[in-house]
Structure formats: C-alpha cells, structure tokens
Design a protein around this ligand. Sequence first.
Ligand SMILES: NC(=O)c1ccc[n+]([C@@H]2O[C@H](COP(=O)([O-])OP(=O)(O)OC[C@H]3O[C@@H](n4cnc5c(N)ncnc54)[C@H](OP(=O)(O)O)[C@@H]3O)[C@@H](O)[C@H]2O)c1
Length: 291
Amino acid sequence: MNSPAKHIGLIGLGLMGRPMGMNLIKAGYPLTVWNRTASRAEELVAAGAKLAKSPQEVAAASDFLLTIVSDPPALEGVLWGDCGAMQALKRGSIYVDSSTVSPALARKISAACAERGVRFLDAPVTGGDWGAKKGELVFMIGGEVDTLKEAEPILKVMGKKLFHLGPNGAGQTIKLAMNSILALQVDALAEALALVTRAGIPGEKLVEVMQSSMARSGVLDVKAPNLLKDQYVPSFPLRLMHKDLGLALDLANQLGVALPATAAAREIYSAVKGAAKEDLDFSAVMRFWKH
Ligand SMILES: NC(=O)c1ccc[n+]([C@@H]2O[C@H](COP(=O)([O-])OP(=O)(O)OC[C@H]3O[C@@H](n4cnc5c(N)ncnc54)[C@H](OP(=O)(O)O)[C@@H]3O)[C@@H](O)[C@H]2O)c1
C-alpha cells in the first residue's frame, strides 16, 4: 500500500488541494484528480496528474483516495451526488477526508465506507496554504490506528505531524475546537488594536509588547502583519472560518455545551462576510473594528 506505485486520487483542488497534490506528484505517486472547476487542475496535469471526468472515475482509479473540499454539502456532493466517489471506492482501499466538516458527517462516511470494505480516516488539517505548499501540514486524525499506520507514508508527504485523536469524528472535533480558538484569537487581537489605535498609539507597539509577553502566539506572527497593513489576501478564507464556527456551534448545541465567546465571534465574522465584496482572509475580521 505504501510504495509510490500505489495510485492516489485527489478530489478538491482549491488553495489546499493543489499544493497537496503537487507534493504527492513530487514524491513519485501516480495521481488522478478531479475538481468541479476543471481549469484549476491545469498545473497538476502539467506536472503529470491524470484529470478524471468525475469523482466516481477518481475513486475507481485509486488505492488511496483523498478529498479536500469546502464544506459538508460539497463533500456530500462529491461522495453521493451524480457520478459520486462512494459507489466506486475499491474494497480494501483507504479513503482520507481532509476537508473540515462535522464529526457527524465523518461518522456517516465511515459507516458507508465500512459497508464497502473501505477504511476511512477523518483527517482535517491545520497549517494554512503555506503549510500545504511546504508539506508541513498538521493532520488531526480520527479512525483506526492500523489504517493510520498504512496511510502514514502518504500523509507524511503532505504533513509534518499526524495526531491520532480517537475514533472517526475525533479529528473533526479537535479541528473545530482549534478553529474556534484561532477565530477568537484573531478577533481579540483586532479588538485590542482598535482600542490602542483609537488611543493614538500605533498598533505595531501593541504587537511588539505582545511578542515579549505571554500573549505571543503563532497567530500573532502570521496574522498581525495583515491587520497592521489592512491587507487580507485569502490564505484561510473568512468564508471557511465562518463555516467552521457554525460547525463548532452546531456540535456544541448537539452536545449541550455553551460556547458564548465563539457565538459572539461568529456574529462578527458574519457581519464582515456579509459586507465583503471580495474573497478575504479571516483576519479581515479587523474590518469590523475599523468601522
Ligand atoms: N485554506 C486554508 O488555510 C485551510 C486550512 C485548513 C483547513 N482548510 C479546510 O480545507 C478545505 C478546503 O479549503 P481550501 O482553502 O482549499 O478551500 P477553497 O480554496 O475554497 O477550495 C474549495 C474546494 O472545494 C471545491 N468545492 C466547493 N464546493 C463544491 C461543490 N459543491 N462540489 C464540488 N466541489 C466543491 C472547490 O471547487 P471549485 O474549484 O470548483 O470551486 C475547491 O476545489 C475546507 O474544508 C477548509 O475549511 C483550509
């Protein structure tokens, strides 16, 4: 299963899927791809990938299928829609989904895969599009340990750390919790910057002090420059963070857990998303405080 002769299928060639696919090709894996917008496959096809006509065709060609699409409806569509992948997954193959979706959907996919004799891992990622390009993603994984062991050489081509977190759904649960924290951190930074700049002190001063304090973080390194420059080229798009906050709140609702700070942050992200005319990075939450 682990040699580069095994065929990999990749569905979803967005900001994340394209560089992940490129790393698989560079590692020598034969790759078949499909994307709703076929033109996004050009770079990978030029590098040697085969372009399939449907998700079904990708699954039929794959010993190892990877999906990374926007949200639950997109994933359900590529799996169970017209010419969907599920019906063609090969018995004995491994299917890994790295989209961020609900834990409930991960469990539904796991059950459908089990019926077909397919082993499934939910394996959402963190690390951004730059982590995808460098092959330094962090995978948060739910599923069987033995399946992960077999998938590991392929996942390691795209990621530097693999965390096994429990049964199917556990990867998605941790991912949603992680994104709530990231959303709140950036929102808190935006709020504090609004306070400092209204007081007439440059935001850079706040960031400088934070870097020497307990409040320093990776978020500060990566997102503070966006907020200070007021530039929000999508790396992790705001529309996807907004989706993830909704998924976290749905999960909390199902579990009877109150997430008041996440709920408030989602309203702020909703306001910025609603007012935006272009695709923005989630750090554009600063726009709420600028207003
Ligand atoms: N960007 C990040 O930094 C980051 C980090 C961690 C996790 N993630 C997660 O990874 C996933 C992909 O993110 P991304 O940044 O690559 O998003 P993206 O650039 O918006 O790409 C989304 C992908 O999903 C496809 N898609 C959307 N709706 C579809 C539908 N109805 N049917 C079939 N395909 C559909 C898109 O196809 P088209 O090309 O045709 O639109 C595209 O391939 C998301 O779940 C996101 O939350 C992203």
